[in-house]
Design a protein around this ligand. Structure first.
Ligand code: PLP
Length: 488
């Protein structure tokens, strides 16, 4: 059935046969996901070794290509779809999302302009608007889909720079001698993507000032005020503050309602990074997490994390689409269209020209779960996170290291026979390595005030109470056996 002449695409019959087989393979994968070790037991280079060094001379049949999924790909998989993946922040793909992803590859439109992909363009606008309503953002927020939160934040910070029109960044760039030194603020706990945006935009690492946090890892507004005052006296131009709702290490929530008035008073752009946790504002009793966001200038959230949309899909909302557009819009003659004044040509609002039909999978997921379905999953995740935290709190061998506003628990083991912080750090590092090498569970770590911290996150679509119990069991058993063997 393979096209032997190697000219032309797979025949429709070939496509259909292997398409069905592949869907069956995916269904089997998801059905048996728990049988795989969450982390593969391999070394760097093990997958490369299985691949030929040179590209194929002749075409190969789809049957052979697909057979290599089991042989070559599977041994090197960290299974993000596994219910015992409790590391980093989850990104799980739902069935509806996977189907949407397949369809967007099949259509393969390029949504640079309304005209180049009207359905993609309008479904993007509508789904962004739906999501805005789901989390209760005011309707003056305009939105756009990018690939990741890093890219969303980079665009937001570029808009913040453009907001001060006197700087003439668009015209003169950053190499203008009269340009004051620009200052960006974020808490010590902010995500590294904010630093990367500063690198990209010519702000530089020295242009970022990290604001201290309180004992719950939240930005201290008085420290922000003090820093701005000091910087202004020293010739800096404060232009942007990033607050985080759900920081990466501990999911702490910066007090946006106290930070926003400081930004307004100083006319500084306020960007809010809620990449992981923003979706939780859908839950009525969690609405408070967005307190103050109505005063922000931009806001980012990732449906590809805790909303079961396959990676990648990030949403950026802003009150000032015109400023974002003025930072990025350049329309060459060959891309001018008659509808330019009536539609969002999304290429005008960012670096990329070509864009995939990402909104399709987003639309599928929102329709499949509905608001009620999502809220039910979120409530269960929040409950399980608190349940796990209560086990940590009640076990004298363990200690919790941060509050649990969502379902991420920061903890460490504190065996009584270890006395120094250094010994404890070493023990906990060995503990997490041992846990992860069982293949039964995947946890990640961070450092909080120099303390080696283990994180357990419950935000995977397939994670249930049974898996959280099993995780606790693995943690305690590994702790016991490590302690027995431990001579430091
Ligand atoms: C995950 C995360 C990011 C980065 O997200 P990407 O989409 O991977 O770029 C940024 N900020 C926060 C708070 C995050 O949780």
């Amino acid at each position: 059935m393979h096209n032997k002449n190697n000219i032309g695409d797979a025949s429709i019959e070939e496509f259909q046969k292997y398409g069905h087989e592949l869907i069956d393979w995916v269904a089997g994968y998801l059905k048996n996901i728990e049988n795989y070790p969450v982390l593969p037991n391999i070394k760097p280079g093990d997958i490369k070794k299985r691949l030929p060094e040179n590209p194929p001379e002749k075409g190969e049949p789809l049957s052979e290509i697909l057979a290599d999924i089991d042989k070559i790909v599977m041994p090197g998989m960290t299974h993000w779809q596994h219910p015992s993946f409790m590391a980093y922040f989850n990104s799980t793909a739902s069935g509806a999302g996977i189907l949407g992803e397949i369809l967007s590859a099949a259509f393969n439109t390029n949504g640079m302009l309304w005209k180049s992909a009207p359905a993609s363009n309008e479904i993007e606008e509508v789904t962004i608007n739906w999501f805005r309503q789901l989390i209760g953002l005011p309707n003056y927020f305009w939105g756009i889909i990018y690939d990741t939160a890093s890219v969303s934040s980079m665009h937001a910070i570029a808009a913040a720079r453009e907001y001060n029109q006197n700087l003439q960044i668009r015209q003169k760039g950053m190499i203008n001698k009269e340009l004051p030194k620009l200052r960006l603020y974020a808490s010590e706990q902010a995500h590294s993507s904010i630093d990367k945006a500063a690198l990209t935009l010519g702000i530089g690492l020295e242009g970022i000032r990290k604001i201290p946090v309180d004992n719950e890892f939240k930005m201290i507004p008085e420290e922000l005020e003090k820093a701005i005052r000091e910087d202004k006296q020293n010739g800096w131009l404060p232009f942007c503050v990033t607050a985080t709702i759900g920081t990466t290490s501990t999911t702490s929530i910066d007090p946006v309602e106290l930070i926003a008035p400081i930004c307004r008073k100083e006319n500084i752009w306020l960007h809010v990074d809620a990449a992981h946790a923003g979706v939780i504002a859908m839950v009525p009793e969690m609405k408070f997490i967005l307190k103050g966001v109505e005063q922000a200038d931009s806001f980012v959230v990732n449906p590809h994390k805790w909303m079961f949309v396959p990676i990648d899909l990030s949403l950026l909302y802003t009150k000032h689409p015109k400023i974002l557009k003025s930072a990025f819009s350049l329309v060459p003659e060959y891309l001018k269209t008659a509808e330019d004044d009536l539609v969002n040509n999304y290429m005008d609002y960012g670096i990329q020209l070509g864009r995939r039909f990402r909104s399709l999978k987003f639309w599928f997921v929102m329709r499949y779960f509905g608001k009620e379905g999502l809220i039910a999953v979120y409530r269960e995740h929040l409950r399980l996170g608190k349940l796990f935290a209560s086990w940590i709190d009640n076990d004298p061998n363990f200690e919790r290291l941060a509050p649990v506003p969502f379902s991420t628990v920061c903890f460490r083991a504190v065996p009584t026979k270890l006395k120094t912080e250094e010994e404890l750090n070493k023990f906990n590092e060995r503990l997490i390595n041992e846990i992860n090498s069982t293949g039964k569970l995947f946890l990640s770590h961070t450092k909080l005030n120099g303390v080696f911290t283990i994180r357990l996150v419950v935000s995977g679509l397939r994670t249930t109470e049974k898996h959280v119990y099993a995780a606790w069991d693995v943690i305690r058993k590994t702790f016991d056996s490590l302690l027995k063997s431990y001579r430091n």
